[in-house]
Design a protein around this ligand. Structure first.
Ligand code: BG6
Length: 519
């Protein structure tokens, strides 16, 4: 599903899908609906089963009954009872603590039994959907009990999907990588980033490298700057305890947004092989200039929301949210100015911003081109003047909720005189017709079942991303913010974020929308 390799365009291999932490939100909201959608679209093998592992004292029947309710609440489309029954009948439950070896012994027995019953050929996909503090325990114990052993040819295969956050900073990410690599080979590890499963994110490679017209201008000679926004209207909701330890830099920027940056800035890969693509992303990540403490102060802004209305909902100040300290120093907003120090991008700023409780929900990449050198059309009495009055050309990749690409350019308005106006050339994903709604996890789960790691993070990529984020986190930690809370819920973040870009003579693009033209 993730690329045009014919070898991957088939149902997933026979396998057992083991979910550690199956009682959590992710299983009911995303994993189960995604598996259901895969089955519906004939992308699951007939030889498939699911084993849920969690701490709750439940019977298999109780778990099936609970998922029965959940799927009807969270499926992305009306549930076909026959299809769902097929999946439900393949659901098994293994109760156990994640730090107790006995859990893995029990699971081992179940893998054999369930595998024989459903002819899964010994392949197992383990999904770590637990809080991050258990990742290490689970992988070590799986290693001790031999659950992840595979022969040199990887048959039968044992693969492990690890949810984010992968580490807390560079040091902890390195320690976790080292410990995971004692048990698993790199080709067994699938570090998931759900952003990379989004349709329009996958389209970025096709758009950039499937069309000849962009590559010649995709560099410092023609591009003035790039802005990447991941804005949410929601607050921390029920995740206060988690968020207190994370903040937006760890939660969204270090992973999702750095990947968007890598996709925007990468060179064309030599092929669509997973490592060819990942090598190019990696080169971008390691070219991002790490900041000195002074640069952190100059080139970053952090914010925390105050009470207000966002997305039509009343929010208390972040410090008043459940499980949040009343003196919390955690940032719910951040804006950064980064440089990618390579020949393509030297001197081109990449402005990134993300936050909770903002004015709008949108993820968008704006590539702003340099202005035309002379502006005949903006000048007085037909004379050329400097082009500073003209709107710049922008290419905007809208990732959500709008999905599409548009180019802003100047056109003559109809009439006897030369008057100009900025117009949009647009491609809206809706022009393809309505896609069956999905959770965003289908592609990634399927990719893992067919052994395509292209869209997953490799060890070096995770560490390179932390190498950029950690110096920022260190300065922020040693200099707690004195102005929190500093933006009302429902705004575009603190005023300092506007100054960060405006002092360079540029502006955040807040008001771009695709026309809703299609079917
Ligand atoms: C998750 C973060 O990774 O991404 C959340 O932990 C955030 O805090 C979410 O809300 C955003 O994802 P999406 O797909 O809704 O943009």
């Amino acid at each position: 599903m993730s690329n045009s390799h014919a070898q991957y365009e088939r149902p997933g291999d026979p396998c057992i899908f083991v979910i550690y932490g199956s009682s959590g939100d992710l299983t009911k909201r995303k994993l189960l609906p995604a598996l259901y959608n895969l089955l519906l679209h004939n992308l699951l093998s007939d030889n498939f089963a699911i084993i849920c592992v969690a701490r709750r004292d439940l019977t298999q029947e109780q778990v099936r009954a609970q998922f029965d309710q959940d799927i009807h609440q969270f499926a992305t489309q009306k549930v076909d009872e026959v299809i769902w029954a097929k999946l439900k009948d393949r659901l098994y439950y293994c109760k156990g603590e994640f730090d107790n070896r006995q859990t893995y012994e029990t699971l081992n027995g179940m893998l054999t039994e369930v595998g024989q019953k459903h002819h899964t050929q010994g392949n197992v996909l383990f999904y770590l959907s637990t809080p991050p503090e258990y990742f290490d325990h689970i992988i070590k114990n799986m290693g001790l009990v031999g659950l992840t052993q595979q022969n040199d040819h990887g048959t039968p295969w044992k693969r492990v999907i690890i949810e984010k956050p992968f580490g807390y900073d560079l040091e902890s990410a390195k320690a976790l990588n080292a410990s995971v690599r004692q048990v698993l080979h790199e080709d067994q590890i699938y570090r998931i980033d759900h952003y990379l499963g989004k349709e329009t994110v996958q389209n970025m490679m096709v758009f950039r490298f499937g069309n000849g017209i962009f590559e010649p201008v995709w560099n410092r000679r023609f591009i003035d700057h790039v802005q990447i926004t991941t804005a949410e209207t929601v607050g921390v909701e029920t995740r206060g305890a988690f968020y207190e330890k994370a903040g937006v830099l760890r939660d969204v920027i270090q992973n999702h947004m750095f990947m968007l940056l890598a996709l925007t800035a990468m060179d064309p890969p030599s092929s669509l092989r997973a490592d060819a693509v990942r090598n190019e992303k990696m080169k971008v990540l390691e070219s991002i200039r790490p900041m000195t403490p002074e640069e952190v102060i100059q080139n970053t802004v952090r914010g925390q929301y105050d009470a207000g209305v966002a997305g039509g909902k009343n929010y208390p100040a972040y410090r008043g949210e459940k499980n949040v300290s009343p003196t919390s120093n955690t940032e719910t907003f951040a804006a950064l100015k980064l440089y990618v120090d390579n020949w393509r991008w030297a001197g081109v700023p990449f402005y990134l911003r993300s936050g909770k409780c903002l004015a709008e929900r949108k993820t968008e990449i704006v590539v702003q081109f340099r202005r035309a050198p002379l502006a005949f059309f903006g000048g007085q009495e037909g004379n050329a003047s400097l082009a500073s009055d003209l709107g710049p050309n922008r290419l905007i990749m809208s990732i959500q909720p709008d999905e599409g690409i548009s180019i802003e350019m100047l056109a003559k308005t109809p009439g006897a005189f030369i008057r100009t106006q900025s117009v949009n050339l647009e491609f809206n994903y809706k022009d393809f017709g309505t896609n069956p709604p999905s959770t965003g996890y289908e592609t990634l789960i399927h990719d893992c079942m067919v052994g395509d790691p292209t869209l997953f993070h490799r060890t070096d990529m995770v560490e390179a991303a932390w190498a950029v984020a950690t110096p920022i986190l260190d300065v922020w930690k040693s200099l707690p913010a004195r102005d929190f809370p500093n933006y009302p819920a429902g705004s575009w973040g603190p005023a300092a974020a506007d100054r960060l870009i405006e002092q360079d003579g540029r502006k955040w693009v807040n008001d771009h929308k695709l026309k809703q033209q299609a079917c």
